[in-house]
Design a protein around this ligand. Structure first.
Ligand SMILES: C[S@@+](CC[C@H](N)C(=O)[O-])C[C@H]1O[C@@H](n2cnc3c(N)ncnc32)[C@H](O)[C@@H]1O
Length: 359
């Protein structure tokens, strides 16, 4: 899936927006998305009055709002009617699920609110949320409390991570492995791609219960329920045994404690895989990860070198950081083998897999 990054906008439109006003322009687009204007206009033309009635936009705002979107190249205007441009249809409808529309636009609106006190945060060292007196639960807690939120977030990532999952499945060779634990596996998008690329592989997706329910539906629709199961639990607890690969994908900077838990539950020779858009070693990329941290993103930042050092300090060997594609990186390491455990490998997987599958 492609994001409507600024290079996709017509040059003439971008050239007219100065840096400070870009913030306002962006907020207008987010409002259009939150009101689901582009979805309402998909495949049809509507008058300003009809749009106003359908989306409950009051009369004095209607035309300036719609005309701003025309000026931005997102709507066409002819006489008194408006319709989506191809650009708006492609990036806001065809390539964007309703889950994405709901979740991402909500996150953006929250970020604008949080960022109003950015200077105070920078100069006081406090978080924007605490300055504003916001007692927001973290995203995992928010999903535990609200099923709709869990669905929006999880299915947004199912859609968004498709290309990353395919790239990872091409990059990571698991022919020597039999059982994968996808820790914090979310929608199942990674497990599904890895299971498709490795027909002998079985997988278990560990996540909180409301997310597991959604993942189970995705796995069933992918026709992989016999090879991928879900396990509801807490990542902070001891990880289950019986898996010779443990994957942490897009859960931010994996803590040393979590890596140590993974080390303890892997068999000798087992593989740890940490995948994310880690920061470059000089800390200057990727830009969206960096600026997201000001807006209260839950993602903890770590550089590729930080992750390599963390894996090594937990005892993993042959640790490598490799680029998967774009700015997605994969850090892998192996738990050292021992002769005694090699002998028992076959039986080890057989017994513990059964135990965890039916827990
Ligand atoms: C950003 S999502 C990534 C999902 C998936 N790995 C992917 O790449 O699409 C992070 C996932 O980790 C899960 N997670 C975070 N903390 C957790 C915890 N303490 N216990 C269980 N799951 C957790 C969240 O529920 C969420 O589904």
């Amino acid at each position: 899936m492609q994001l409507p990054t600024l290079d996709k906008f017509p040059r003439g439109v971008l050239g007219a927006i100065d840096i400070q006003r870009a913030f306002i322009v962006s907020r207008v687009i987010i409002a259009a998305e939150r009101l689901q204007l582009f979805r309402k206009l998909h495949g049809k033309r509507m008058s300003a009055a009809a749009i106003g009635r359908a989306l409950k936009i009051h009369e004095p705002y209607r035309e300036p709002f719609l005309n701003s979107l025309v000026s931005l190249g997102l709507l066409h205007k002819s006489g008194d009617t408006y319709r989506n441009t191809c650009f708006a249809d492609k990036y806001f409808i065809t390539e964007r699920s309703i889950f994405w529309t709901r979740q991402y636009s909500r996150e953006c609106a929250e970020a604008y609110d949080t960022l109003t006190v950015l200077e105070q945060a920078l100069t006081s060292g406090r978080s924007c949320a605490s300055i504003k007196g916001l007692k927001k639960p973290g995203y995992v807690e928010a999903m535990r409390r609200d099923r709709r939120r869990a669905e929006d977030f999880t299915q947004m990532l199912f859609h968004f991570h498709h290309d990353d999952a395919d790239a990872l499945a091409k990059h990571l060779h698991l022919s020597q492995h039999r059982a994968l634990l996808d820790a914090g596996g979310g929608s199942g998008v990674m497990s599904i791609a890895l299971a498709r690329a490795n027909p002998h592989l079985r997988a278990c997706l560990l996540d909180i219960a409301p997310v597991c329910r959604i993942a189970a539906g995705n796995i069933r629709r992918a026709g992989l329920s016999r090879r991928i199961n879900t396990l509801s639990g807490d990542l902070e607890d001891k990880l289950p045994t019986g898996y010779d690969v443990i994957l942490f994908c897009d859960i931010g900077a994996v803590s040393e404690q979590l890596l140590q838990n993974a080390y303890n539950s892997l068999p000798p020779g087992g593989l740890i895989v940490a995948v994310d858009r880690y920061l470059s070693d000089d800390g200057t990329k990727p830009l969206d990860r960096l600026v997201g941290s000001f807006a209260g993103s839950a993602v903890q930042l770590a550089t590729r070198s930080d992750m390599v050092a963390r894996l090594r300090s937990c005892g993993f060997q042959a640790v490598k950081a490799r680029k998967v594609w774009r700015d997605l990186w994969c850090v892998t390491g192996r738990k050292p083998s021992s002769r005694a455990s090699h002998k028992n490998n076959g039986r080890f997987y057989g017994i513990t897999l059964v135990a965890t599958r039916y827990r």
